[in-house]
Design a protein around this ligand. Structure first.
Ligand SMILES: O=P(O)(O)O[C@H]1O[C@H](CO)[C@@H](O)[C@H]1O
Ligand SMILES: [Mn+2]
Ligand SMILES: [Mn+2]
Length: 404
């Protein structure tokens, strides 16, 4: 019997995808550009010895056709490649569902980039059902900037701040104490029900605390309300087969709680890694431990902070031996991403990029996997690893997982 661990580095793209032009993302490369920015800022190339050994830098250089400014270069001792996305969007659910074998081939509903951006009838109904006096925002925004602009007015008026982006999302920010966390979750539930017919992928609760625009800060109580994946994913198959599917971080929310048998939340990168490490100690055979490392995206990618992104990646790299040392012969570690979010690109949205596909089981030798045609190759490989029937999408690379 086997186990697998996916460390899903949210937004760690490795070079513009072949269809990046459609998204205005030509030339994007999250990893290469944050490494460049780090070197420019500090004068030193960043060492990422463990990720380099797992093939991340080779994957990036092959995908992005661009040298990476990384120190302590060494050859991989893992299977490594890079995958393009079949799904029509570059959002988080599309990336996650595709890597679990279910690409999103339809178009999500999006709000127009106008102010106001939400249909008045929807807002009227939301206010009526939720008993709120109105909403603030009603525009495209960065979630941290809009708190500075409208947070104080929200506290005064009790009107939640509603905003969107190029993603198919309806985000609601509200103060945890003055508005109340439960009330925010209730408003999100109502919005979720109303937005199904507009085909909006996610409603996101964005609670924050603080006393003024100078110190408002979002908390770890974010909650994502996703629609159901359009078909059963690898997670459903494994759970139906009697396996454990253990969500760490926002994985359960992203899969709309489908096919999940255990959930753990933890605030911040280090706590998420600690929780993952703890769960590896306990998880039985036939378990998938699936961790989303959201900080890369939320704290650095969208905030366009390449140096902070690099430092967080270094923390991840430093932590990896703790996880690698726990892996047994029947454990497969996958490291990947769901989209890019190049912190040097204009705007503050995701970027359409290749994602790394790194696979490691103890004793592996350097195994290039090349360009993969879909993130679903990960799900298909895991279906093989767990002896499940084949998924509809994806080409498995189980036969490439040779040992040295
Ligand atoms: O600016 P914040 O609130 O972090 O929003 C970002 O987070 C959302 C979900 O990933 C994206 O749609 C993006 O707009
Ligand atoms: Mn994401
Ligand atoms: Mn994001």
């Amino acid at each position: 019997m086997a186990r697998a661990i996916i460390l899903m580095a949210d937004s760690l793209g490795v070079g513009a995808a072949p269809d990046a032009e459609k998204f205005g993302d030509v030339g994007s490369n999250t990893l290469a550009h944050l490494l460049e920015a780090y070197k420019a800022d500090t004068g030193n190339a960043l060492p990422l010895p463990n990720l380099t050994k797992l093939g991340l830098v080779d994957a990036c250089e092959s995908a992005g056709k661009k040298a990476c400014q990384v120190a302590e270069r060494q050859p991989p001792e893992a299977a490594w490649g890079y995958a393009k996305e079949l799904s029509s969007g570059k959002d988080t659910p599309s990336g996650h569902w595709e890597m679990a074998g279910v690409p999103v081939l339809f178009d999500w509903g999006y709000f127009p980039n106008t102010t106001p951006c939400f249909p008045q009838a929807f807002i009227d109904e939301l206010c009526k059902r939720a008993s709120i006096p109105g909403i603030l925002g009603n525009c495209y925004a960065s979630g941290t900037t809009i708190l500075e602009q409208l947070g104080e007015e929200h506290v005064k008026t009790g009107m939640p701040i509603c905003y969107t982006s190029v993603d198919s999302v309806f985000q609601i920010a509200a103060h945890e104490q003055s508005f109340g966390l439960d009330k925010l979750y209730q408003v999100c539930d109502i919005a979720r029900a109303l937005l199904d017919e507009m085909n909006i992928g996610r409603v996101i609760a964005r609670p924050f605390i603080g006393t003024s625009s100078a110190d408002f800060i979002r908390t770890g109580n974010r909650r994502d309300y996703s629609v159901l994946p359009p078909a059963p994913t690898l997670l459903d198959k494994l759970a139906e087969d009697g396996g454990e599917v253990i969500s760490i971080g926002k994985i359960a929310d992203i899969y709309a709680h489908q096919g999940i048998t255990q959930k753990h939340k933890a605030p911040g990168l280090m706590n998420l890694l600690d929780k993952t490490s703890e769960v590896i100690d306990e998880a039985p055979d036939h378990s998938l431990i699936f961790t989303n490392l959201v900080d890369f995206d939320e704290k650095f990618g969208h905030r366009r902070k390449p140096v902070g992104y690099a430092e967080a990646l270094k923390q991840f790299d430093d932590y990896l031996p703790t996880i690698l040392n726990k892996l047994g012969a029947n454990d497969l570690l996958i490291i990947t991403a769901d989209h890019g979010c190049d912190p040097t690109a204009p705007g503050n949205d995701h970027t359409r990029e290749y994602v790394p596909v790194l696979a490691y089981t103890p004793g592996m030798k350097n195994t290039p996997l090349g360009e993969r045609q879909s993130f679903a190759d990960i799900g298909q490989t895991l279906a093989q690893w767990f002896n499940l029937s084949a998924l509809e999408y994806g080409e498995g690379f189980i036969t490439s997982l040779n040992k040295a």
